[in-house]
Design a protein around this ligand. Structure first.
Ligand SMILES: Cc1ncc(COP(=O)(O)O)c(C=O)c1O
Length: 372
């Protein structure tokens, strides 16, 4: 028998072979290559168009000549600053290569074949991937129905009903990506209270900073009350550091201890640690970016509404538009005008498009192109 194998990838375990990979937003360079045009704007990955704080840039530059040294694997300085800012202890913090990394650590530490994780129908795409990669079973709770003010958003009652003795993790994105929908503080509190102690509640607050006066709870304030609660945050959105890859979880120290066991020893680079620590201190820079996004969220939604394109309510730096049956054609037409938005057919939402709120000028360019 020949020892050659023309498709060695098929040797991968079943749950990995059947995984649908994550579909990222189209990079600007790719569209430049395809269409040979310049001046492209990307409103496709919920990035912050105002970029990093100048202080973060300076801190990152200052680390470069030390790039031959491994980073501080404990993330001492960043954790100290986060602990002081958030009012928690360093033992409660787990740093990740983006909060995506921490989501994967949670799945690795708490799931295995035979166990279940619950998430909502249109929840962030990384949850099913992280769950399935462990061989555990992802259990989908149906989203809120048409007619509900948060249509397509998390139905916490349905999620509660989906929890069984086999459930170990329930994922809640507040607000959720790609829908932008959110759950109110009172309702969320009642839900977490109802979750049995054998289930970790992963509360993903990637867009927390964009709450802008909406009824979005700071989950970190509930950690003392709920030892099974894990709150995830990121530097990728409001802090404008998506390319740097830094996120973190705040949890009970015993949960952090378990995440630390499966974490790669040097999962956050020295540049990222320095950039994030400096960014955390530039409160004004974050506030300025958030102010624009929150105001634009209202303005762009209203303009779209008057053009006959409804959007879901959003507590993030993006809007989910009901573009209609020809959403894909509209996406392609925008591409030809140098505007990259995000199709969400991979979420089984083929009639919707997700648009990140950019600068006022970028949003105006999108709106004019949409109207045309
Ligand atoms: C809800 C949600 N959680 C987590 C992430 C992961 O972000 P990162 O890995 O950049 O921290 C994202 C990114 O889009 C997100 O939308």
């Amino acid at each position: 028998m020949s020892s050659s194998n023309s498709d060695p990838g098929q040797l991968a375990v079943d749950n990995v072979r059947t995984l649908a990979p994550y579909v990222p937003g189209k990079p600007i360079e790719e569209l430049e290559r395809e269409l040979g045009i310049t001046g492209i704007i990307k409103l496709a990955s919920n990035e912050n168009p105002f970029g990093p704080s100048p202080n973060a840039l300076a801190a990152m530059h200052a680390t470069l000549s030390d790039a031959w040294l491994y980073p501080d694997g404990s993330g001492y300085v960043l954790k100290q600053k986060l602990a002081a800012t958030l009012g928690v202890t360093v033992e409660q913090i787990t740093l990740g290569n983006g909060s995506n990394d921490v989501l994967v650590l949670l799945a690795e530490a708490f799931l295995k074949p035979g166990l279940e994780a619950v998430y909502s129908r249109y929840a962030f795409a990384v949850y099913p991937i992280a769950v399935q990669a462990t061989g555990a079973t992802g259990v989908i709770a149906e989203a809120l129905p048409a007619g509900s003010p948060m249509h397509l958003g998390h139905d916490l009652d349905a999620m509660r009903r989906a929890i069984t003795d086999r459930t170990r993790v329930v994922f809640i994105a507040n607000p959720n990506n790609p829908t932008g929908t959110y759950v109110g503080a009172h309702e969320l509190h009642a839900f977490i209270k109802s979750v049995p102690g054998h289930v970790i509640v992963a509360l993903d607050e990637a867009y927390y900073e964009y709450a802008g006066g909406l009824d979005i709870q700071n989950g970190i304030q509930w950690l003392d009350e709920f030892p099974n609660l894990v709150v995830l945050r990121t530097f990728s959105k409001a802090y404008g550091l998506a390319g740097l890859r830094v996120g973190y979880a705040v949890s009970h120290p015993s949960v952090a201890g378990m995440l630390n066991r499966v974490r790669q020893a040097f999962n956050v680079s020295s540049v990222a640690l320095a950039g994030a620590a400096a960014a955390l201190e530039d409160v004004a820079h974050v506030a300025a970016a958030v102010k624009v996004a929150v105001a634009e969220r209202v303005r762009v939604a209203e303009r779209l509404h008057t053009m006959g394109t409804p959007c879901l309510p959003s507590a993030g730096n993006f809007l989910l538009l009901h573009a209609g049956a020809n959403a894909r054609e509209k996406f392609d037409a925008l591409l030809r005008k140098g505007i990259i938005v995000r199709p969400v057919a991979n979420y089984q939402l083929p009639e919707h498009l997700r648009v990140t709120l950019g600068t006022v000028e970028q949003n105006d360019r999108f709106l004019s192109a949409w109207e045309a």
